[in-house]
Design a protein. Structure first.
Lengths: 224, 186
């Protein structure tokens, strides 16, 4: 068994681009489960269901959950175990970046993102997290970059304790951009394959929240 | 309120800049306030940053001053800003919050297009400040939580961030990430 663990961002980005049918097709060729945690469900279904502007999107995503395209993490890892692990992760990640002057810790990630990491820790199977936002990836893959970025933006000196993150290098992340690339390669978009389509897909997800640079997009296009 | 002293200073500065009609400095003051908010994540700091940015936007649009309801709205801003400042000087944080809230609530008392336009400015200011928190390094969900906005509203803004194009934001070569995707899909 393998798991593709979805954070809220990629589901939002793909939905806003009208690409939910692509997720269904990807699931057909995936030898595993597409997982969402309860906090991701809350952000992509429960909460937008109460906002008229996004209710239709929420219903469409709920339909994928009802059809079993998305599987709730609860069916694999009990919520109480997941919650305990989330707390542990938040305690670590939100204690890493501190200001030098006051020693104040900056809470940088939220329960939703931590839940994806927690499920990855507990699922006991090969897994990849699909997450569009930059901070969680930077924190685990290049925490020194996050520190530099925050110092530059906040105009304060930081005193990070990066050693706390030594166990966080194990996570594997992709973004919705890599997912649309896979769908494109496997001809699952339902539109005739050409470079214009790939360009449109990649910029489509970028402009709906996937943290990917134009250079990276051009690099992906060259891989085809 | 974690930073009453800082907020008091910001409110006094806001009143002065408002009287001078200095929209540029108001927006800069809002940016400074949001930097503090990134660290403290104090809700009052965020509310003040949104308010100050909105006021900068409002006074920038000079034609609003000719519109029906402007006098009442402007009167409400100056009166409530003064009262909020006085409350904070006396450490009365709770009443200070009430006066700050009254500025936005006063929009419900004016008729015509002005109310609609300014409500829209406040809404967009919330998203703008959320975007700033994200640019300062907080995660998107943390940002949405602090501002009390939906990730759905934030998504398009995040997509426009020039930070995604900065090399500092790239934590792995894209070819390696594609390989991860290809491997998991077999």
């Amino acid at each position: 068994m393998k798991y593709l663990i979805f954070d809220s961002g990629p589901i939002i980005s793909l939905t806003m681009n009208g690409l939910l049918p692509m997720i269904e097709k990807l699931k057909e060729v995936f030898d595993g489960e597409f997982i969402i945690t309860p906090s991701v469900k809350s952000e992509v279904i429960d909460r937008p269901m109460k906002i008229k502007k996004y209710k239709l999107e929420a219903i469409q995503i709920k339909n994928l959950l009802d059809k079993g395209i998305f599987k709730l993490s609860t069916k694999i890892v009990p919520d109480n175990k997941l919650d305990q692990e989330i707390k542990k992760i938040l305690k670590t990640t939100n204690g890493v970046i501190r200001t030098k002057q006051t020693g104040e810790k900056i809470k940088i990630i939220h329960e939703g993102e931590a839940a994806c990491l927690a499920f990855s820790n507990l699922c006991g199977a090969d897994n990849v997290i699909i997450i569009d936002e930059r901070t969680t990836r930077l924190l685990t893959e290049a925490p020194q970059n996050l520190e530099k970025l925050m110092e530059r933006k906040l105009h304060v000196e930081l005193d990070p304790e990066l050693s706390l993150l030594k166990d966080f290098r194990k996570y594997k992340f992709i973004r919705s951009a890599e997912l649309v690339y896979i769908a494109y390669k496997k001809d699952l978009i339902g539109i005739k394959k050409d470079k214009q389509l790939l360009d449109a897909l990649l910029y489509g997800v970028k402009f709906k929240g996937s943290a990917i640079s134009s250079k990276e997009i051009e690099a992906i296009k060259r891989m085809v | 309120m974690k930073e009453a002293g800082n907020i008091l200073r910001v409110l006094k500065e806001t009143k002065r800049l408002l009287e001078e009609g200095n929209s540029h400095e108001l927006k800069k003051l809002s940016d400074k306030t949001i930097r503090s908010a990134t660290i403290t994540q104090d809700a009052d700091n965020v509310i003040v940053a949104v308010l100050v940015y909105s006021l900068g936007k409002i006074i920038e649009r000079e034609h609003y001053r000719e519109m029906e309801g402007w006098k009442e709205f402007y009167g409400s801003i100056t009166k409530n800003l003064s009262q909020a400042t006085q409350c904070l000087e006396k450490d009365n944080v709770k009443t200070c919050r009430v006066y700050l809230g009254k500025i936005r609530n006063s929009l419900n008392k004016i008729s015509g297009n002005l109310s609609r336009y300014i409500k829209d400015i406040f809404k967009k200011a919330e998203i703008n400040k959320a975007f700033k928190l994200y640019e300062h390094g907080l995660s998107s969900e943390k940002t949405a939580e602090i501002l009390g906005i939906s990730l759905w509203d934030l998504a398009s803004y995040i997509g426009q961030s020039s930070l995604s194009d900065a090399s500092i934001s790239i934590s792995m070569p894209v070819s390696k990430r594609i390989k991860i995707a290809e491997d998991i899909f077999g």
